[in-house]
Design a protein. Structure first.
Ligand SMILES: Cc1cc2nc3c(=O)[nH]c(=O)nc-3n(C[C@H](O)[C@H](O)[C@H](O)COP(=O)(O)OP(=O)(O)OC[C@H]3O[C@@H](n4cnc5c(N)ncnc54)[C@H](O)[C@@H]3O)c2cc1C
Ligand code: SF4
Length: 555
């Protein structure tokens, strides 16, 4: 039987892969998508409609296994996160790397905060002198943001903020009582307190139902009322008849034609049975998420590319960035004491944010460069998260928990790291995963700029609680481990100069014209905004560039 050659092979079905798959299939191209895990069945795999007291370990999971869980994992999602594929962390570094290898990747469980980046982010390098600019302007990418927003549905308001370009929005989520109080406190301090940009449907959208606020989005949505690729993009791609999705296909490397040096296909290992398979295509899109995409390229060594594929610049794996997350303050609002709770059930949703307000006019106004945002949380959640901050035991403790419900509030920060030579991914020469694929090794530490912002955010959170008439209880004494935010970016940065950048502005690698990168690897850094909407916008643009090139026979 002759070997089939697909038009495009896409590695990964998360935000980046999903967008590439849908766009390429819509254009009539024959796509083979490879995903390292299985498909999820929302009816069985999303267990969020069970009360924790109906679960054996009350939702926390088996105590004998709990210390192996990632922070995003619990009894509801046990088994849905990847633990089989090893990675290592270099001495002196810290990194937690929760991966969801099911079809849809992390979009199955993401937090849905979906803000646009702007020129304050893309041109930050020339603004403050720290690192290169992105090779695109906001004007160039804005139409792709609009199209991505329309596809996924984002709820928010037009805010006219200098750091956060506005988009095309569904109605915002309603503010909670606590938001009205904190908004006044923030107002006194000159800090914005606004509806977040949230890819959670406040109204029916593009055939998807509106959210009914059941409240546990972190365990997956069984009606598809927030954007994920298995609910939104993959069914559309499958409907075209142009998609072949191979699941449990763990990619080892991208194959190269030894004569032309062009990408010719992909080698993968079947999860069950560990059979080695090769699949061939006219072009390849690597969209396995930031760290994994770098790992695949670095593992794609050949005679022509002894340092890994698309790596003549030596930049593959470099410039790894992440959001520093941490609890910057918590306390309670006495104004709400005795208020009846009502099932707002949006406490699992990022209703509001305090978008970047630092260094807007002068990039060196503060002791740090760039800026961060803060997310306030609280409300009528099912579980009283603040219980561990209260003293007492038995009935007394329970009374106390009830007394404070629903007054407590908490804040966590979203602080972008600056690209640094110290932060990168390489291949561990000693360790292979269970499929015989050399493991990724993470090198990462928070830098001084991030720590200055963290201290600033702690002070701000305390000030906001007090200015709102609240009582401050405490704050985290150190940031979360790097990797915690799940917002990693960098490792295949884009830029015009092939000597210093891995891809061009379209995600097309400089060295191998029929190889594209379709995830946050191409970002030059992270910003105070989340990553996924930007992954969608940039990958939409890259995919259309690839389509045009294939049409013209230019790749
Ligand atoms: C709890 C949580 C909260 C989050 N909150 C937000 C938020 O509020 N806003 C935001 O913007 N982002 C948020 N994120 C991050 C967001 O989910 C990611 O930015 C986004 O999913 C990244 O898309 P991706 O395509 O790069 O990677 P992923 O979604 O991780 O998808 C990668 C895909 O590649 C596949 N893959 C990996 N390795 C291989 C291999 N070797 N072979 C074959 N396939 C492979 C995986 O199976 C997976 O399908 C959150 C994530 C989580 C988990
Ligand atoms: S709150 Fe809404 S989006 Fe979240 S799981 Fe429930 S229905 Fe889905």
């Amino acid at each position: 039987m002759p070997t089939r050659t697909y038009d495009v092979i896409v590695i990964g079905t998360g935000a980046g892969g999903g967008m590439a798959i849908k766009t390429l299939c819509d254009a009539g191209l024959k796509v083979c998508a490879l995903n390292s895990g299985r498909r999820l069945d929302p009816a069985k795999d999303f267990r969020n409609h069970r009360y924790s007291y109906d679960l054996k370990y009350r939702g926390f999971g088996d105590p004998r296994k709990r210390d192996q869980y990632y922070h995003v994992e619990n009894e509801y999602t046990a088994g849905l996160w990847e633990h089989g594929i090893a990675y290592t962390v270099a001495p002196g570094s810290e990194w937690e790397w929760p991966r969801c290898h099911a079809v849809g990747g992390k979009t199955n469980f993401w937090g849905r905060s979906a803000a646009r980046m702007g020129d304050i982010d893309f041109k930050a390098g020339s603004r403050d002198g720290s690192g290169p600019d992105w090779p695109v302007s906001y004007r160039e990418i804005a139409p792709y943001y609009s199209r991505a927003e329309r596809m996924i549905g984002v709820a928010s308001t037009v805010q006219n903020r200098p750091s956060n370009p506005d988009g095309d929005y569904l109605p915002p989520m309603k503010l909670r009582c606590l938001d009205y109080i904190l908004q006044v406190g923030c107002g006194k301090l000159g800090i914005p307190y606004l509806p977040d940009r949230l890819a959670q449907l406040t109204a029916p959208h593009e055939g998807h139902p509106a959210c009914h606020y059941c409240g546990n989005c972190g365990e997956g949505c069984d009606i598809g009322a927030f954007f994920s690729t298995p609910w939104f993009f993959l069914p559309l791609a499958e409907k075209t008849g142009n998609l072949e999705l191979r699941t449990n296909a763990v990619v080892r490397s991208v194959l190269v034609d030894s004569d032309t040096g062009r990408a010719s296909g992909v080698a993968y290992v079947e999860r069950d049975g560990k059979r080695e398979v090769e699949v061939y295509g006219r072009a390849v899109v690597v969209a396995a998420s930031t760290v994994e995409s770098a790992r695949i390229l670095l593992n794609s060594k050949s005679r022509q590319y002894p340092n890994g594929l698309a790596n003549s610049s030596g930049q593959v794996g470099r410039n790894l960035c992440d959001h520093l997350y941490g609890d910057t303050g918590w306390g309670y609002l006495p104004q709400l004491l005795g208020q009846p709770s009502f099932p707002d059930n949006v406490s699992a949703s990022q209703v509001v944010w305090m978008p970047r307000w630092q260094n807007l006019n002068d990039p060196h106004e503060e002791k740090f460069v760039r800026g961060y945002s803060i997310y306030p949380t609280g409300g009528c959640g099912e579980f009283p998260w603040y219980a561990e901050n209260l003293e007492g035991f038995g009935a007394d403790l329970k009374r106390n928990i009830k007394r404070y419900y629903p007054t407590p509030v908490a804040f966590y920060c979203q602080i972008p790291s600056l690209a640094s030579a110290a932060n990168y991914v390489d291949i561990d020469p000693e360790v292979k995963d269970i499929y015989g694929i050399p493991a990724a090794r993470l090198h990462f530490q928070w830098g001084p700029n991030e720590i200055l912002m963290w201290e600033h955010a702690r002070q701000v959170s305390r000030d906001v609680i007090k200015a709102s008439g609240g009582e401050f209880w405490g704050a985290g004494d150190k940031p979360n481990t790097p990797g915690y935010s799940l917002h990693e970016t960098g490792t295949c940065r884009m830029g015009d100069d092939p000597k210093n950048f891995v891809t061009n502005r379209f995600g097309q690698t400089h060295d191998v014209p029929n190889l594209y990168v379709g995830d946050a690897s191409v970002f030059l850094n992270c910003s105070d905004k989340t990553t996924t909407l930007s992954i969608l916008a940039f990958t939409l643009r890259s995919s259309e560039h690839l389509i045009e090139n294939l049409r013209q026979g230019a790749t």
